[in-house]
Design a protein around this ligand. Sequence first.
Ligand code: AMP
Length: 397
Amino acid sequence: MASYKYSVYNSKNRGRSNNRGRSGGGNKRRGEYINPSRFVQAAKPTIETQYTSTNKFSDFQVDSIIHDNLTAKGYETPSAIQDQTIPLALEGNDIIGIANTGTGKTAAFAVPVINTLINKQNAKALIVAPTRELAQQIEDECRSIGKGGGFSGALLIGGTSMGPQLRDLRGNPRIVIGTPGRIKDHMDRGTLRLENFNMIVLDEVDRMLDMGFVNDVSTILDAMSKDRQSFFFSATMDTRVQNLIGTFSSNPKTVSVKNGDSSENVNQDVVRYAGNHDKMDKLHDILLKQEVDKVIVFDETQRSVEKLSNELVARGFSADAIHGGKSQGQRQRALDKFKASKTKILVATDVAARGIDVADISHVINYSQPQSYQDYVHRIGRAGRAGKLRRGSNSKI
Ligand code: AMP
């Protein structure tokens, strides 16, 4: 299946940076000029190298509960990151995983972590992810892989009330999953003590640093048991990521399954428009195209996202909005409906859309120009992903 991205680009405003507020975004560069020619790229047909797994799940020396749960999930063959990470992690190594979202990286850390939780009663794991949505997805995956394992957990994310989190924390959870801000919040309140946590997973480290969480992440790592196993997953390995990992790990083993930017596997196009009316009409026309069946439309601010979503609904489209101004429950409901194809169009801010794992998105539309090329790559990375897992590659055309 071909995936296309449209960038709606105002040719009149060429080169003008737009610094209106965005919903969050940490220490990003603002208003970087992006030459639209960078967007206009035909998908490069990457020949998918079929990864041949050296292991079957049954080869991994893990508890039978996990084997049963993996079978129930329909996981038969390990993906590349799973195949290479799980044996090293079961030996107790620290792990650096370089992998894009959609490669199966969650189970790559969840299987060894949960195996340790089942087999060592004093083991406790903390999993940190940049966004609420990703934390929720990790929780779902861990819950299904660890079902019947006899330990409890807590999900600590912002935008949801403290009550259930405080109750779960009082139950002495052995697996805690959350976003850095809320985890830090609980540490500050004294409701989460990390000194006995001896496994840590940092997922999407590069995104966490992009979002300005470096201090929170360092504080969290400092508070953990010194005798621990650490997992770091990141799509990119720049100096910041290397420095963080260098400070907080010992002799890590690196597994890399990254196959270049997902943007390379995606058809990209620029749509020119004459004014605001024309821009909306152009968007309308694109959304009517038959092949546009599940689409994320990016805009800049919470207000503009809300307004655009309302306008699309008024025009008769099935659309919903996610942004930081909505409660976590509203965001999750919008995402669930989109995943289940009950809504066709999800209008989103960059921050709200990070880490979203929806397999069959056909199109990404940049209704506003992204702030940086990196944002652009992240935006369009929401699509062009394998409808089913592609082993060793997240590429498709
Ligand atoms: P992740 O990269 O962890 O977000 O996983 C991407 C998708 O692949 C999720 O929908 C997983 O449920 C699915 N998945 C992960 N590992 C496997 C596997 N070994 N076999 C089949 N599907 C998988």
